[in-house]
Write a protein that binds this ligand. Structure first.
Ligand code: PNS
Length: 160
């Protein structure tokens, strides 16, 4: 049986931490879907299609091997997408206890909703403090985000 997993997130923009988790997950599952989901609790920087494109380019540039689909979902619950594509696992990166507290209720709700399990992966500690919100703030104030994001994202943000 083919194991399909989903790595969901806002990815606004994708960071080196996200990419690290995507690379690790790609080695664990037969098929991996990186899913850009609008988070109504956050003010967006990039359009969804742009985020998808930057993730695709970042995965290619990093040489991440695997059966990887990058797409977006905006018509319902995350678990509805999982059911539609036959995914049984959601993968999330955990940087700290703060992430555990944020992710645990979502993982339990997703399991109650559709029996989809969540797997937490630990990223490279070098990326432990990197977040999209930090990147958005540094970029919006003209700072250098190249240590935190793939080169294609850094170039894209510097264009603005
Ligand atoms: O990168 P983020 O913003 O922390 O990702 C959060 C996200 C988008 C994965 C989460 O908000 C989500 O799953 N949204 C989809 C709506 C949904 O299914 N909600 C119920 C599950 S708690």
């Amino acid at each position: 049986m083919s194991r399909i997993a989903v790595v969901p997130g806002s990815f606004d923009p994708v960071t080196l931490g996200h990419l690290d988790v995507i690379g690790r997950a790609a080695g664990l599952f037969d098929e991996l879907h990186v899913l850009v989901v609008h988070n109504p609790g956050k003010t967006a920087l990039l359009p969804i299609a742009q985020r998808v494109s930057l993730i695709e380019q970042s995965i290619a540039d990093a040489g991440i091997i695997g059966n990887i689909v990058v797409t977006n979902w905006s018509v319902g619950l995350l678990v509805d997408y999982c059911t539609e594509v036959g995914a049984t696992v959601i993968v999330k990166g955990i940087r700290s206890q703060v992430d555990v507290a944020y992710e645990t209720p979502m993982a339990l709700v997703n399991r109650n909703l559709a029996a989809v399990e969540t797997v937490f992966l630990l990223p490279n500690p070098a990326h432990a403090y990197v977040s999209s919100s930090l990147v958005r703030q540094v970029a919006s104030l003209g700072g250098d985000v190249s240590p935190y994001v793939p080169a294609v994202v850094s170039k894209f943000l510097q264009k603005d």
